[in-house]
Design a protein around this ligand. Structure first.
Ligand SMILES: CC(C)(COP(=O)(O)OP(=O)(O)OC[C@H]1O[C@@H](n2cnc3c(N)ncnc32)[C@H](O)[C@@H]1OP(=O)(O)O)[C@@H](O)C(=O)NCCC(=O)NCCS
Length: 179
């Protein structure tokens, strides 16, 4: 197993079919009813901040970032995050999160939000949101986590989570919307 050396690449259009397959395998058909998907349906993710993991030229993992407003915070929604079952527990998922969060914060994001398990994401810089954020669908509030650019954004994480058009990549909206 130690011989496996993943490389991490920016997502491109050529990766879309395999990413869809990885996410279908990880989440099943029910994934489209999840509240975070309701946000992602509002507009495209940002491929500049979305990454894949490759092992021997095969794509084995993916993470995406979608520009959002979370209350008045101009941030990003992380997800889906998925790794092919036969490549789990090699550190690929955590490295994808680290790379994507660093890229978003470097690009000016005020914070990265996700719906997920605190034991997994906590060591990666995520903490529970302290105010109240609403997704367009039911979400366990204890699973809404943020990696903030600075502590001060917490008080502005209050209100709805909606797709953020000014965070979109020009020309991506029509192409990416139907993936
Ligand atoms: C969750 C997922 C992305 C992790 O990918 P991965 O490459 O196996 O993760 P890593 O190798 O970086 O980390 C593995 C470690 O995290 C732990 N872990 C995995 N999922 C976890 C969870 N939901 N909660 C807490 N710990 C978790 C593993 O037990 C392992 O622990 P160890 O290092 O002590 O052995 C992968 O299991 C997956 O695709 N799952 C299905 C889709 C999914 O649930 N995505 C996340 C949605 S929030």
């Amino acid at each position: 197993m130690s011989a496996i050396k993943p490389v991490y690449l920016n997502e491109t259009h050529s990766h879309h079919p395999i990413i869809r397959s990885i996410n279908d395998e990880a989440f099943g058909p029910g994934r489209f009813v999840r509240a975070a998907e309701r946000v992602r349906e509002q507009g495209p993710h940002d491929p500049r901040l979305s990454f894949v993991a490759a092992v021997d030229d095969d794509i084995v993992g993916s993470v995406r970032m979608t520009p959002i407003h979370a209350g008045t915070v101009a941030g990003h929604l992380l997800g889906p995050l998925a790794v092919r079952p036969s490549f789990k527990n090699l550190g690929i998922g955590k490295q994808l999160v680290r790379i994507a969060v660093a890229a978003a914060l470097d690009a000016g994001s005020e914070g990265v939000i996700l719906v997920g398990d605190a034991p997994y994401y906590g060591p990666l810089g995520f903490e529970p949101v302290r105010a109240q954020l609403s997704f367009p669908g039911p979400v366990d509030p204890d699973r809404i986590l943020v990696a903030p650019k600075g502590d001060a954004i917490h008080e502005r994480l209050r209100g709805d989570i909606v797709w953020r058009p000014e965070g979109a990549v020009a020309g991506e909206a029509l192409k990416a919307h139907n993936l």
